[in-house]
Design a protein around this ligand. Structure first.
Ligand code: SIN
Ligand code: CO
Length: 376
């Protein structure tokens, strides 16, 4: 990643400048971020995705009776000539290669922070109402026009009794009309309201993710507990049990012995102090595929020439491990560097593979069979 080179996608800012000046701090409007923008997906293809069980989609309408929300899949959608409706299709990048490639242009943000690319299709006047999101978002106008009103909004109270999150007292500070190829970046919790102007309005939302401390903590503890249970199962004879040879006779039999409390604290700390235990759990957690994702098993080739990660594969690494689709592997030396290149480039060529060790090739073979990587 060339981090100091000016990018048209960021209006001539480099990735470094963008991260320093705007990321998580203030909005950025970029006119013609993608010059001569062609939508990554057509309307028909998008509607077809919205008819599938494994694709998350929602239909939002706004009329005289207020807001309505329906969850997909949708066998039929309203006519594009009928006003004020929006179809939202989540994770289009998982199902559609050109959309996956568009998301790849946003890798100036760490992969661990990128979530998915959602596409909305709206008829004239369609929108999801004034709201705020907990994550950063890049709103790229793919086709047609949309008017965005945005504001820093202190009052985050929501309208009661509405099936979606709508701000009660939205006070926009600025309004921009976006045409195909224009893009708006918003930091988390920045209030926004996008209304389609005219028909055939398509917007790509490049969504970020940032784990909430409590949910992440709970997930990591569950993973660590599972790893500990496996380790205990393997070494069951050697399990250390509580011993209390100096326990006096209790005058209050129901009182918890303090030594048992100390033993429990030590047991928990010992589980958490294991080498890299939290780092491993984090890597597995952050590469866990979404619940709707599955992989089609493949076949390992006799000889590797080129490999590429499947578009659904999540792969990250740290100094001592590789993480791929919820699993972790220890790696060091040349093999680690090779696999780190695979994660960064999402592919390896013949020159890389010619120097791969037998262990690395065996691992690539397993991942091929799992459908996580492909050879052509
Ligand atoms: C939309 O594309 O209509 C909604 C995107 C958003 O507000 O985050
Ligand atoms: Co939003």
């Amino acid at each position: 990643m060339e981090i100091d080179q000016p990018l048209p996608l960021l209006g001539g800012l480099s990735a470094s400048q963008f991260m320093r000046r705007h990321w998580q701090k203030k909005p950025l409007l970029v006119r013609q971020a993608v010059p001569a923008m062609v939508p990554p997906i057509g309307r028909r293809e998008l509607f077809e995705l919205a008819s599938r069980d494994e694709v998350e989609s929602r239909l939002i309408r706004h009329g005289p009776k207020g807001w309505s929300l329906k969850q997909g899949p949708f066998a039929r959608l309203p006519s594009p000539r009928q006003p004020a409706w929006t179809l939202l299709v989540q994770g289009v990048d998982l199902h559609h290669q050109p959309t996956h490639e568009l998301l790849g242009q946003f890798r100036f943000v760490p992969d661990a922070r990128l979530d998915d690319l959602m596409i909305s299709y709206a008829s004239d006047g369609g929108g999801v109402g004034p709201h705020f999101d907990s994550y950063d978002v890049f709103l790229l106008q793919a086709q047609g026009r949309r008017r965005w009103s945005i504001g820093r909004q202190r009052d985050l109270r929501l309208q009661p009794g509405v099936p979606l999150k709508i701000l009660s007292h939205f006070e926009p500070e600025e309004t921009f009309e976006l045409e195909a190829g224009d893009m708006l970046y918003l930091p988390p919790r920045y209030a926004h309201d996008g209304v389609a102007i005219g028909d055939d309005c398509m917007t790509c939302s490049i969504g970020l993710r940032s784990p909430a401390a409590t949910a992440l903590g709970a997930d990591l503890l569950a993973r660590i507990a599972e790893a500990e249970a496996d380790a205990l199962h393997d070494a069951v004879g050697a399990a250390v049990h509580y011993r209390d040879p100096t326990q006096p006779a209790p005058s209050s039999p129901a009182a918890m012995p303090e030594a048992l409390q100390a033993f429990a604290r030590d047991a928990v700390w010992a589980a958490l102090r294991g080498a890299d235990i939290i780092e491993r759990a984090l890597g597995e957690s952050m590469t866990e595929p979404k619940p709707t994702v599955w992989f089609d098993p493949g076949e390992a080739p006799a000889r590797f020439n080129e490999v590429a990660l499947d578009r659904r594969t999540r792969m990250l690494y740290d100094a001592r491990h590789l993480y791929i689709n919820g699993e972790s592997f220890r790696a060091s030396g040349r093999d680690a560097r090779l696999m780190q290149r695979l994660a960064d480039q999402r592919s390896l060529g013949p020159a890389d593979l010619a120097r791969a060790s037998d262990d690395a090739l065996a691992l690539l073979g397993d991942w091929c069979e799992a459908g996580w990587i492909h050879v052509d």
